[in-house]
Ligand binder design. Structure first.
Ligand code: SF4
Ligand code: SF4
Length: 403
């Protein structure tokens, strides 16, 4: 954002954001709603000083954008909060270090390998009766969080680098979640592309830089963006397909700003038009699956709803594929799952309480399956469904569509 001081002044303190903010809904603290956050940021801006309490308050915003939907002044709260985080040095040393590792293919591979070995050891030390999830209790992550087992050979380790084949030269950007954790997503996308006689190129790749950008670690976000361009620009692809809606949002919307002042900013702006949410791209091509009347609860990620081109295409695509998409009341349908990147790690209890409202509403409708298109949301939804004891499949939408 160029002039965020002017943006701050647009807030007329009407309080409409109090009706929709998921964090305020739980805490009822004025400091936890857009109006209070903006007042605080304005004060810090005037004093040109952010203290620890300010940084903590900033970290309690999900950057979900619900407040923007109701704001008559159209104040871009998530952008202001993000910029304030960057100015205040909001990312901790650990967060910056992890974000830095995510943005570099070689460091990301090493990080994933170490995490797999460590979690395997932890699983042996603290066996999980369910046998499907590893329960880990690091002080940083808070006790009791479930994570999927990290595959021995992730999709990217098995497949990259791979060249494109077929009449169109498409490339696949997995994102960290699908590339290293949710192994079936890449395979599902491959299966769908096979129905079109296409093989997507899978260049060596790491993180798009969204986690770093969201937490205000701008240096790490810039490095990740530069590495991403290096991976995808030389291929001159007809389309770059994103497995994760949040990555698509970052690449389409933020990349030129991340690289502002860098010689690659123009390149980032040009390639943004060529980046597609996988489901928006499928629907544009009139591709259909056969979902045979399945009742599906869909969590559309906040980034898909606000920032991705045709980001809501997943819902009509499911309906056109024969599914019945369960309708929740508007407020719940549009609600954030509560993950919000670093928010879900730093404020695990709050994150879980926010997500539970939506997941419980979904489960009451007795869906056959719950789907989403962001791997961060998927992590949260699986955690919450697992915790609820419900036996409902929770998967990435590509896995459902691939059959
Ligand atoms: S809705 Fe918009 S203008 Fe009203 S208090 Fe919230 S941020 Fe300010
Ligand atoms: S972005 Fe979301 S969490 Fe942050 S103030 Fe707005 S509604 Fe609340």
């Amino acid at each position: 954002m160029t002039d965020w001081a002017a943006e701050l002044r647009r807030c007329v303190r009407c309080g409409a954001c109090r009706e929709v903010c998921p964090v305020f809904d739980l805490t009822r603290l004025e400091t936890d709603v857009a109006r209070g956050r903006l007042a605080r940021i304005e004060q810090c801006d005037q004093m040109d000083r952010f203290v620890t309490a300010d940084r903590d308050a900033l970290s309690r915003c999900l950057q979900c954008g619900r407040c923007v939907e109701v704001c008559q002044s159209n104040v871009r709260v998530p952008d202001i909060v993000r910029d304030a985080k960057a100015r205040s040095g909001g990312a901790t040393a650990i967060e910056s270090s992890v974000a830095g590792a995510l943005g570099d293919p070689a460091r990301l591979r090493r990080l994933t390998k170490r995490a797999r070995v460590f979690l395997a050891w932890l699983a042996r030390a603290t066996p999980d009766d369910a046998g499907l999830r590893l329960r880990f209790a690091l002080p940083y992550f808070k006790a009791g969080r479930y994570v999927p087992r990290i595959p021995r050979r992730s999709y990217l380790a098995r497949v990259a680098p791979r060249a494109a084949a077929g009449q169109e030269r498409v490339a696949l950007f997995l994102g960290c979640g699908a590339g290293h954790l949710f192994d079936g997503v890449g395979d599902a996308i491959d299966a769908i592309l096979t129905t079109m006689q296409l093989v997507a190129a899978v260049p060596e790749q790491a993180c798009c830089g969204l986690p770093a950008w969201g937490m205000g670690a701008d240096r790490e976000a810039r490095i990740a963006a530069a590495n991403w361009l290096e991976a995808f620009v030389p291929g001159d692809y007809d389309a770059i397909l994103c497995a994760c809606a949040s990555c698509a949002a970052h690449l389409q919307r933020n990349l030129p700003e991340v690289l502002a002042g860098d010689r690659r900013a123009d390149q980032a702006a040009r390639i943004a038009d060529n980046v597609h949410d996988f489901f928006a791209w499928l629907r544009k091509r009139n591709w259909r699956a056969d979902l045979g009347g399945q009742r599906i609860a869909v969590h559309l990620p906040c980034h898909a709803r606000h920032d991705v081109r045709d980001g809501e295409a997943l819902i009509p695509l499911l309906i056109e594929s024969g599914a019945t998409v369960i309708e929740l009341p508007d407020a719940l349908d549009q609600a954030c799952c509560g993950m919000g990147g670093a928010f879900g790690v730093r404020h695990a209890e709050l994150s879980r309480a926010i997500g539970e409202k939506k997941v419980q509403a979904m489960l009451r409708e007795r869906p056959d399956v719950i789907v989403t298109s962001c791997t961060g949301c998927l992590l949260q939804l699986r955690d919450l469904v697992e915790r609820s004891g419900a036996r409902v499949r929770v998967c990435h939408a590509a896995e459902l569509l691939a059959g």
